[in-house]
Design a protein around this ligand. Structure first.
Ligand code: HEC
Ligand code: HEC
Length: 138
């Protein structure tokens, strides 16, 4: 192998590596956004409560321009990226794991509607940054 081919190989590797890095970044960015949409959550959760509060309330009122998403209440504020991403990874992995291993109809959803339980998965500071409604029963 001559010096030249080695150099060329490095050059190629550099390009391929760079491209994959860009692709990966774009993908994760997309994934992070996609998994924050209501559609994604609703693909598993059919929530009369969420519909009642979310769709009928002021939170989806386009006139005020404020629209509250599932993750506004169920994840920390996005402007705290480290906390946001770690909690997201935790809840995501948890939801997915239980979804795969348990029959969802056997889960005690009512138990989760208690104030005590909601402390585990409702992030009041996220809510407050939108509107103070977290303590509202829904
Ligand atoms: C792959 C299916 C699936 C998706 C997608 C999903 N969840 Fe879940 N989720 C579950 C299951 C199963 C449970 C029950 C967990 C348990 O009983 O420990 C759960 C539990 C919850 C709970 C109760 C918290 C707890 O720890 O018990 C909340 C709140 C929740 N999900 C919100 C969301 C939000 C918000 C999204 C979108 C960002 C979402 N889920 C996406 C399957 C899913
Ligand atoms: C306004 C804030 C808020 C929004 C928006 C919201 N939630 Fe909730 N969520 C709560 C609170 C507070 C509780 C616990 C008390 C209760 O259930 O009333 C809860 C409970 C839950 C639970 C566990 C109890 C149950 O009923 O199964 C799940 C799962 C859940 N939410 C998913 C969602 C999904 C999916 C969305 C979006 C479609 C959503 N939430 C939107 C605040 C919110």
């Amino acid at each position: 192998m001559t010096d030249k081919t080695i150099k060329r190989k490095h050059y190629l590797l550099f390009i391929v590596g760079g491209l994959s890095a860009i692709l990966l970044l774009a993908l994760t960015n997309k994934t992070i956004h996609y998994t924050s949409t209501n559609e994604f959550c609703e693909s598993c959760h059919v929530h009369p409560h969420a519909e009642a509060t979310w769709k009928l309330s002021v939170h989806n009122n386009t006139r005020s321009g404020v629209s509250v998403k599932c993750v506004d209440c169920h994840l920390p504020p996005e402007d705290q990226p480290v906390r946001f991403l770690t909690r997201k990874a935790y809840h995501g992995a948890h939801d997915f794991y239980v979804f795969m291993t348990k029959d969802s109809s056997e889960i005690d959803w009512a138990e989760k509607r208690t104030i005590e339980a909601s402390k585990r998965f409702v992030y009041e500071d996220g809510c407050k940054s939108v509107i103070q409604i977290c303590s509202l029963q829904h």
